[in-house]
Design a protein around this ligand. Structure first.
Ligand SMILES: [Zn+2]
Ligand SMILES: [Zn+2]
Length: 251
């Protein structure tokens, strides 16, 4: 069984309804976090998770709404009474190592691990196996170095997450026949911004990739004043979820 919790369905713009991006995925013996926007560490607590839990953190790109809580996570891991013990692997796209070096130059020694092993890596071209899951990445149309991920589990199920992206061939290929496609949906139809999707563009990707279920997330505030579901239905008629914080999905 694979359990996924959408921790934050929002963006970098503060919203009382929607926290910044973050997705938690669990299998029997693995806990994976994808992105950690500002406030995610606290949002994790609401889902019953803490800084000790993730085995692997994957970053889709370096924008602060997706990475801001990395430092708070590493700082919490050093908390004297309950220091982290198990090793932690953190990966991002091209440029992630330099990004982390910059953070280290600011925050050392407060984030240097003493009680656990920390590995910081850039995701290699193509795919990796982490424990019993396979992770495939492709570059997305957002920032140089932006990656989308396809995670394939032991039980044969898969999840694809775009991070931020515009429509591109890579996301359609990455998402082909996946069980759950998590797409950003930054702005409503008619208010499209380059490098981001709207509901009908996300629906087009869902249709072309033949995904089994689409979950929309990463809503800027204007989305909450519009009928996102109907806009997505212009291009996609399959199973569809409009993300809300702490939404739980089992695969
Ligand atoms: Zn974003
Ligand atoms: Zn972004």
């Amino acid at each position: 069984m694979v359990t996924l919790i959408l921790l934050g369905s929002g963006t970098g713009v503060p919203s009382l309804r929607r926290a910044s991006p973050g997705v938690a995925i669990f299998t029997r013996d693995l806990y994976l976090l994808i992105d950690s926007g500002p406030g995610l560490l606290r949002k994790m607590l609401e889902a019953g998770l803490t800084y000790e839990d993730p085995d692997l953190i994957l970053y889709t790109h370096l924008h602060p709404d997706h990475t801001a809580d990395l430092i708070p996570i590493l700082f919490a891991c050093k908390y004297g009474d309950l220091p982290r013990k198990k090793s932690l692997s953190v990966m991002g796209g091209p440029g992630f190592r330099d990004f982390f070096k910059g953070l280290e130059s600011l925050y050392e020694p407060w984030i240097r691990p003493q009680t656990y092993k920390l590995s910081i890596n850039e995701f290699p071209q193509g795919e990796i196996t982490f424990r019993n899951i396979k992770i495939i990445s492709k570059s997305m149309a957002h920032l140089p170095g932006s990656l989308g991920y396809r995670i394939e589990f032991e039980n044969g199920k898969s999840v694809v997450i775009s991070g931020d992206t515009d429509y591109c061939e890579n996301i359609v290929k990455l998402a082909m026949n996946t069980d759950l496609l998590i797409l950003e949906c930054s702005f409503p139809d008619g208010k499209k911004v380059e490098g981001h999707l709207t509901p009908s563009w996300a629906g087009r990707i869902a249709k072309e990739s033949n995904c089994k279920k689409l979950l929309l997330t990463h809503f800027y505030p204007p989305c909450d004043d519009e009928d996102i579901l109907s806009q997505c239905r212009k291009t996609y008629h399959g199973p569809l979820l409009i993300g809300e914080d702490l939404m739980k999905i089992e695969l």
